[in-house]
Design a protein around this ligand. Structure first.
Ligand code: ATP
Ligand code: MG
Length: 310
């Protein structure tokens, strides 16, 4: 699957010297190289730090007045409270200096998984999602992510219905009232007690050579019904080359989504509406590939909705 382009990320030498020194001190060895992996849209440091003694760690860092620092601290709290059977890296530590904060995470060694057919990585991802959603989130995790489900505000069709853009796909235009009605039902369905990663794409997974496919970037984690991650993954699989019909079948078969088809359809409508609406907005600074990606994701989500609403 093509990974979205890496934007202009901060590099190791952009980090203030006091924070670099603090990190090297805490890690017990100088950093001899810092490698920025491909993928994601963020502008913060997100790099594998190679230490002089041969170890590697993964670090994310931003100034304290950048909202990404709050997101990184939230991710650290989530990593610290995930049950051990969840496929995620360990939190190593949090370090602060010069009004910057770095979160250090265990390094995973490998590429992004291949989500295109017939890769076996996809089977691993579905199996992880089955485990992740088979029982309620532990209380410390629920405390770390807060009570309000962050997926509830997703929407877009209502606004597009009131002023349909000229370039809106025919398949969306023909169904706008139905899509707006479905997404309007979503906020009432968005509460649930399961762990939700909240941003599952190939570039938020690493196929570690020992651990296999592992989910990273837990900054958007929340709670919700079991269907959320499997449903948001579905358009990603279509972008990776799977047919909408095959993915529709998977959603009908997978326990996370088959158990709640109404919430699955309402969430898919809300997420697809969010993409259709946001893709038409001006590009935010520092994220050059984001709007093009949202256009592609919007089309994939709509193709899948076409199957579910037959
Ligand atoms: N623990 C890890 N070990 C090795 N590589 C990792 C690890 N965590 C993330 N990565 C890689 O680094 C990239 C950026 O990390 P991450 O997605 O956490 O950063 P981000 O700035 O929050 O991303 P985004 O731009 O998606 O918001 C990921 O796409 C992945 O390739
Ligand atoms: Mg990411």
């Amino acid at each position: 699957m093509p990974v979205p382009p890496t934007s202009g990320r901060l590099q190791w030498n952009d980090i203030p010297a006091p924070l670099r020194a603090r990190l090297e001190d805490a890690l017990g060895a100088p950093v001899i190289d810092a490698v920025t992996p491909q993928g994601g849209f963020g502008h913060q440091l997100a790099a594998a730090l190679h230490l002089a003694d041969g170890r590697r760690v993964f670090a994310k860092a931003a100034p304290d007045n950048d909202p990404l620092t709050a997101a990184n601290l939230r991710e650290a709290a989530v990593l610290d409270t995930l049950p051990p059977d969840v496929s995620a890296p360990q939190l190593v530590g949090i370090h602060r200096a010069a009004d910057w904060t770095a979160v250090v995470i265990a390094h995973l060694d490998g590429p992004h998984p291949d989500l295109s057919p017939p890769s076996v990585d996809v089977e691993q991802v579905w199996a992880h999602l089955g485990r992740l959603t088979s029982s309620p989130a532990p209380a410390p995790y629920a405390t770390a992510v807060g009570t309000a489900p962050s997926t509830a505000p997703l929407h877009g069709w209502g606004e597009l219905l009131s002023d349909p853009p000229g370039d809106l796909a025919r398949a969306a235009r023909d169904r706008l009232p139905q899509l707006a009605e479905l997404e309007a039902a979503w906020p009432d369905l968005a509460c649930g007690d399961r762990i939700v990663h909240g941003d599952l794409r190939a570039d938020n997974m690493v196929r570690d050579r020992h651990l296999g496919v592992t989910f990273v970037d837990w900054a958007h984690a929340t709670t919700g019904p079991a269907c959320i991650d499997a449903t948001s993954l579905a358009p990603q699989l279509i972008l990776a080359g799977h047919s909408p019909a095959d993915i529709d079948r998977m959603l009908h078969e997978h326990p996370a989504t088959s158990s709640n088809p109404d919430a699955t359809t309402a969430f898919l409508a809300a997420l697809t509406g969010h993409w259709h609406r946001n893709a038409r907005r001006p590009a935010p600074p520092g994220a050059p590939g984001l709007r093009a990606y949202q256009h592609r994701a919007a089309a994939a989500g709509l193709a899948l909705l076409g199957h579910r609403l037959r």
